[in-house]
Design a protein. Structure first.
Length: 91
């Protein structure tokens, strides 16, 4: 399953976030593949696309940063998968 994660950043946690990110790289735990991570230029938001077969690993990953960052994590489908479901609709 793929997950789209958006995150919000505040100035009050900036120094600790930078320190931890540079020390760890902010990568996911084993079992999660990060397909990309993007940071807004104003430093206030960011986005990650990741996948895993174990949603508990997503909780582990965001939980490691929850003291510094607010997350919204949504399971997502690609167009092909969404279209396969839509074909079953009685329209």
């Amino acid at each position: 399953m793929k997950y789209m994660i958006s995150f919000s950043l505040t100035a009050s946690t900036f120094k600790e976030r930078v320190r931890r990110f540079l020390a760890t790289g902010g990568g996911p735990p084993n079992g999660v593949t990060m397909h990309g991570r993007w940071h807004s230029i104003d430093g206030a938001k960011g986005y990650v696309l990741a996948s895993t077969d174990d949603p508990k690993l997503m909780l582990k990953w965001v939980g490691e940063w929850a003291d510094l960052i607010e997350f919204e994590t949504l399971p997502v489908l690609e167009d092909e998968d969404a279209a396969a479901v839509m074909k079953t609709f009685q329209i």
